[in-house]
Design a protein around this ligand. Structure first.
Ligand code: NOJ
Length: 789
């Protein structure tokens, strides 16, 4: 940990580059309903031709990689398996150059300056014996220069096409800076919001998670590995990290086989099916076997069952940590266990367990040269497919223009607008009139914090380009409206975050008691003196993310007291939330008329939220998790089993109802929608066949808006108890006022099968199924169909 801490000190200086070139690429944002058109057929012919080409490219890459392997010494092969962090503020380039020259390093991570990247690459391709280029990796999680909303927010858009476009922009900016590889998407299912990293994934549901996983892989990689202006994607953390006990980051995960296959693995499988080129092994023990030494996961599931042909990288220092876990006897044992389990590349601060031990392990016949070759080959193939041998350098002159492409900012704004979720809107207080309020109070510790508008993993941006909510409101309203700001309270972690080293905007100095009392009073007085109070509450970005777990979910600091005092001031109040997990907002939900979940909305966050508050954009996002009332309810997710006395599900506790504050899939709009005409096209189908489900959705209000049509199923009986509801289809539909559209879904073997714990296999059973369609997981429009042998 100390090692990690000291290495992280250097992150402060990450992202010094200022760069990039412009290309317009945005298809109009729309959500067409499912229908097979001539255009799609043409596309499928094209896809087949593309697949054949790809196979040829795969074969050529294999031949070239084998030819290279034949020339490599054992040390050079082991060098390719070695990935090192480089923190420009801590380390001298010369120390790294030496290793690169000797062929001891296959990859660097955390270098984001194009000129530095070019200098390192030059050593690799002109001074190392075999001239094998380096691959540069970085955590491009929700944007690179232009920051998009955090991943949990993008999942809340229920709009995979938008998410794909967002990651396309992220890929273009990162690639322009010289990055070839992103450590994303993070697809860990999280059903315990105490776990800070819930913010990095797509929430609690495997179906939504799989859709977001595919979209992100496509966005990062394009049609194939090596698509121009794209990156190699890395799906992580394989697997089960989201189930860390007690939500405590890095703690062990104990997951039943059925839960693993049915809940935790599907988003990974979706990434593999979408052609993801790399996988990161997780830190924690999965059912007592550390994921980085877990042969079953990395070989039997990933390679044999799923036919994954790319490579696996360890999480940072997790090969070395096989010792710390009490799994490996010593470093050599750790190297052997990770390699034979299937970890191709070791990501390391400076432990370099592979580099220091694999040659000995070969000498002692613990691993064979063939084992080493099998680990190196996919790495070489990837470098070949990425075109690094032909084009190892980045064009430094183009970087700035790409960073400055206005379409990227526009995409980030659209993403923030489409990710926001309207949680409450009593008497349609929102959208606000632009003329009704002469003086607006903007109150709260997060209203004007640039760093906290961006969220964790925002490292390579220019912080000055961030639109906070206060700034967004001022821009929107101009000089006609007086907009005054008071933070009211300060919030901060009790145990500081190691990642605070990376902050571009430091936490402000802590107030004295007297200052704190004055600031609180000032905020309440401002509310009294204004026509409306817009409060921006939630969590600082370092309260949500890696090493940001907590045992309660209350609003940190004195935020609850503040909102209570502001409400008591008697003016209308709107709460905007900045956060990455459900928080305990029960009092707010009971006493504040309107609540808008903005998440960490990114570079354009403030502008987007201003559009939403004043009705120039309409909220259409839906919760990607069950919004529980407080941490004592954990775990509480919508797709639980029926169990005993299902009718009394709400009475499981004797002192309060066992219900969430808001269900999974929930979110309001400024307009209203009605569902009708639910039809299942056949009452009965054979195993292996499909039914089509259609439903009409009508915008019954007076303004345009989006609705997310959600389809849930339940298998009524069979070889296992099946969840009360499971999401198996969704479509975000844009509707003009009064407009009706028909949404269509297919339910076939992929949707109807499940992994059965007694047969230890995927099964599809001849049983009755319920279908519900609506706009959240409590949807009531119902039908049934039957599957027969
Ligand atoms: C550790 C994190 O767990 C992982 O998600 C990240 O990609 C690596 N560090 C590299 O930064």
């Amino acid at each position: 940990m100390n090692k990690l801490l000291s290495s992280l000190k250097a992150l402060v200086s990450v992202g010094t580059c200022t760069s990039l070139a412009a290309i317009t690429f945005f298809a109009p944002i729309c959500s067409p309903l499912i229908s097979i058109s001539a255009q799609q057929k043409r596309k499928s012919v094209q896809t087949k031709q593309e697949t054949v080409k790809l196979r040829v490219a795969d074969q050529q890459a294999r031949q070239r990689a084998n030819a290279l392997l034949a020339q490599m010494t054992l040390a050079e092969k082991i060098g390719q398996l070695n990935q090192l962090f480089f923190f420009s503020s801590l380390q001298k380039e010369e120390s790294m150059n030496d290793g690169i020259r000797k062929g001891e390093i296959g990859s660097l991570l955390f270098v984001t300056d194009p000129a530095t990247i070019n200098r390192f690459q030059k050593i690799a391709v002109s001074e190392s014996r075999l001239k094998i280029p380096l691959i540069f990796g970085f955590d491009v999680i929700h944007g690179f220069h232009t920051i998009f909303p955090v991943p949990i927010a993008m999942a809340a858009s229920w709009d995979p096409k938008m998410v794909e476009r967002a990651q396309t922009v992220a890929a273009r900016e990162a690639r322009a800076a010289g990055i070839n590889w992103t450590f994303a998407p993070m697809v860990d299912i999280a059903r315990d919001p105490r776990w800070g990293r819930i913010v990095e994934g797509s929430g609690e549901d495997p179906y939504l998670g799989a859709a977001m996983s595919r979209a992100q892989v496509r966005g990062f990689q394009g049609d194939r590995i090596g698509s121009p202006e794209h990156l190699l994607a890395c799906v992580k953390h394989f697997a089960g990290y989201g189930a860390a006990e007690g939500g405590r980051d890095y703690d062990a995960a104990n997951i039943s086989d059925a839960q693993l296959w049915n809940v935790y693995l599907p988003p990974f499988k979706a990434a593999v099916d979408a052609g993801v080129g790399s996988v990161m092994s997780a830190y924690m023990d999965l059912n007592d076997v550390p994921a980085t030494g877990n042969r079953w996961l990395l070989r039997d599931v990933l390679r044999k069952d799923w036919k994954f042909g790319g490579f696996v990288v360890s999480d940072a220092d997790s090969v070395n940590d096989l010792k710390t876990h009490g799994f490996a006897r010593d470093s050599q044992d750790a190297a052997v266990k990770a390699l034979t389990a299937g970890v191709n590349m070791e990501m390391s601060f400076n432990a370099t367990v592979y580099r220091k031990n694999l040659a000995n392990a070969v000498k002692q016949n613990q691993v064979s040269i063939r084992d080493i070759d099998d680990m190196v080959r996919p790495l070489l193939e990837t470098k070949i497919k990425l075109g690094l041998f032909e084009n190892p350098y980045v064009d430094e002159a183009k970087v700035k223009s790409i960073f400055e492409n206005p379409a990227h900012r526009e995409a980030a704004k659209t993403a923030a607008e489409r990710s926001a979720v309207l949680l409450k809107n009593q008497n349609n207080l929102l959208p606000l009139s632009k003329t009704a309020y002469k003086k607006i109070a903007v109150i709260g510790p997060l209203a004007d914090s640039r760093q906290n508008t961006l969220g964790s993993w925002s490292l390579a941006m220019d912080i000055n380009e961030t639109s906070t909510i206060l700034a967004g409101l001022k821009t929107k309203l101009g000089t006609g409206t007086q907009v005054e700001f008071a933070p009211g309270v300060q919030i901060g972690r009790i145990v500081p975050s190691v990642f605070d080293m990376t902050l571009k905007e430091k936490h402000p100095p802590a107030w004295t008691e007297v200052q704190a009392a004055n600031e609180f009073k000032k905020a309440v007085a401002l509310a009294k003196d204004s026509d409306i109070a817009l409060m921006v509450l939630g969590e600082n970005q370092d309260m949500s993310g890696e090493q940001a777990s907590r045992s309660t979910l209350d609003l940190p600091g004195r935020q609850l007291e503040l909102v209570q005092a502001v409400v008591a001031a008697g003016k209308p109040v709107v709460v905007v939330l900045i956060n990455g997990r459900p928080l305990d907002i029960t009092w707010v939900a009971q006493n504040v008329p309107s609540i808008l979940e903005a998440w960490y909305p990114g570079s354009e966050g403030g502008n987007a939220i201003a559009e939403l508050l004043f009705g120039d954009a309409v909220p259409g996002g839906k919760l990607p998790f069950t919004w529980i009332k407080h941490a004592g309810q954990i775990p509480l997710y919508y797709s639980h089993n029926l169990t005993q006395n299902p009718g009394e599900q709400e009475k499981r506790y004797w002192h309060e109802k066992a219900v969430p504050l808001y269900p999974f899939g929930y979110g309001l709009s400024y307009t209203t929608f009605a569902f009708s005409n639910l039809k299942v096209n056949q009452p009965e189908i054979k195993i292996g066949a499909s039914v089509e489900v259609t439903v009409d959705v009508k915008n019954t209000g007076t303004r345009a808006g989006d609705e997310v049509v959600q389809l849930y199923i339940h298998q009524q009986a069979g070889g296992a108890s099946r969840p009360i509801r499971e999401l198996k289809g969704f479509e975000r539909v844009a509707l003009a006022a009064g407009e009706t559209k028909t949404a269509r879904f297919k339910l076939g073997p992929d949707e109807l099968r499940y992994w059965n714990a007694s047969t230890k296999a995927w099964v599809q059973e001849a049983e009755n199924f319920d279908v519900w369609v609506g706009n959240d997981s409590s949807a009531s429009l119902h039908s049934t169909f039957r599957v027969t042998q």
